[in-house]
Design a protein around this ligand. Structure first.
Ligand code: SF4
Length: 187
């Protein structure tokens, strides 16, 4: 269990321990200072479960969105849904982060960055994304084989194993499980 992470560690953790789906959302948020609803939900609930506290989550999203829409509009239009994800608004439900099967079966449209890259990226984009994670050669070929046979979570598990040079016998079935298994190895 990782009860808390600090905002100052978030970029380091994203590149060392986020699965590709979350790394992609994180990179796009940093690049565009914006994410559409599906991406905000997928990444936001993941970050909550990783241990980002509400105040840090608000600071994190605001630091990006205010560059695009301004701080005032962020406070008006976006902060509510972040507090909502943390159970602080509306029905006060404590929302749980999405598991792989839910992310894989989502249907991102043009301009959306949520979803599972193994399922939703073109082969060319997936190759490039895996290359950025340092995955190449035989590992890359094995991963792309699994993607072609639609074993997306197996492809993600193979990526985990290539990146960490360690086995993941349980297989990946949840982005937060990927994160926790990674931290266990790296810490
Ligand atoms: Fe994310 Fe799961 Fe896809 Fe891996 S298999 S990229 S953890 S949705």
């Amino acid at each position: 269990e990782f009860s808390e992470i600090s905002l100052k560690d978030i970029d380091r953790l994203a590149s060392s321990s986020f699965p590709l789906c979350m790394r992609h959302l994180f990179d796009k948020l940093r690049e565009n200072h914006h994410l559409k609803h599906g991406g905000r939900m997928q990444l936001g609930l993941f970050l909550k479960a990783v241990g980002l506290k509400l105040e840090d989550a608000l600071a994190f999203w605001k630091s990006e969105f205010s560059q695009k829409v301004g701080a005032e509009r962020f406070d008006k239009e976006y902060s509510y849904s972040i507090r909502h994800n943390y159970g602080k608004e509306g029905k006060r439900t404590d929302y749980t982060p999405y598991a792989c099967h839910k992310i894989i079966s989502s249907t991102p449209s043009v301009g959306d960055h949520h979803g599972c890259p193994y399922r939703h990226f073109s082969e060319e984009n997936l190759r490039a994304a895996l290359g950025k994670m340092g995955v190449g050669g035989r590992s890359l070929d094995d991963i792309l084989d699994k993607v072609r046979s639609r074993h997306y979570q197996v492809a993600c598990t193979l990526t985990f194993e290539a990146v960490h040079a360690a086995s993941c016998d349980s297989g990946i079935n949840h982005p937060n499980q990927y994160f926790e298994a990674s931290q266990k190895i790296l810490q």
